[in-house]
Write a protein that binds this ligand. Sequence first.
Ligand SMILES: Nc1nc2c(ncn2[C@@H]2O[C@H](COP(=O)(O)OP(=O)(O)O)[C@@H](O)[C@H]2O)c(=O)[nH]1
Ligand SMILES: [Mg+2]
Length: 265
Amino acid sequence: MTERSGPVGFPGVGRTLIVIPTYNEAENLPGLLRRLRGAVPSAEILVVDDASPDGTGELADGMAAADPGVHVLHRPGKNGLGAAYVAGFRWAAQRGFDAVVEMDADGSHAPEELHRLLEAARHADVVLGSRWVRGARVVNWPWHRLLLSRAGNLYTRLALGMPVSDATGGFRVYRLAALAGLDLGSVASQGYSFQVELAWRAHQAGLRVVEVPITFAEREHGASKMSPTIIGEALWRVTQWGAHDRRMAIRRALHGTPTGQVRWP
Ligand SMILES: Nc1nc2c(ncn2[C@@H]2O[C@H](COP(=O)(O)OP(=O)(O)O)[C@@H](O)[C@H]2O)c(=O)[nH]1
Ligand SMILES: [Mg+2]
């Protein structure tokens, strides 16, 4: 029986596409895809590769040729995580998927935990896999990454006032109907501030956002693409969004409450 002839997609969520951005993940991708197909066979997979010099894209093509549930989107060069996800979400919307999953290629997010996020998506618009709620675990992360994540989330909470413990994580589920209202075309984030930007937009738009505890493990192969530029972009953007929130609050206090369409900065 093929994917499409059975009950369609994940029960209670519908046709689900797992979007995996890759840049030099050749050592990690084959094992991850094998585990994913075993753990959640009802979901399809889209690898979004930015012309990785290590051949990740060609490797993904080989896996897609052997499995109709695996697809590949090739982009011409390294253009950031945010742009890769926006391209992947568009691909899903054009093909009638009901939900998209965000997931790293490096094994930090366990395929065996994905079904818990999808189960939570039955009653939510956005599900955030969270490292900083009760029941979550972080394994083998060096102290400077722990510190960066805790400090980044604390600053985000203070600046944006969102009741979210882990706004920077990258293991998530979005229902496409909800994403459609977040105006992805105007998302400016290139790097990992993309994760904060989408959580913030979802919160601003009044979507149902829930957090599910995950076990996050440091990658075993390959190198992180985190860089001072990416951290700088996140700091700058979060500060700008916080200032925008405050301006809007002052405007509401002075001129009443113009509700209706949310305007992004
Ligand atoms: N397509 C694409 N994927 C990227 C880019 N930057 C990072 N990634 C992928 O995004 C995921 C998270 O990146 P990673 O380096 O593991 O970040 P870290 O977990 O914060 O250290 C991995 O699957 C990377 O291969 C990019 O510019 N383009
Ligand atoms: Mg990683």
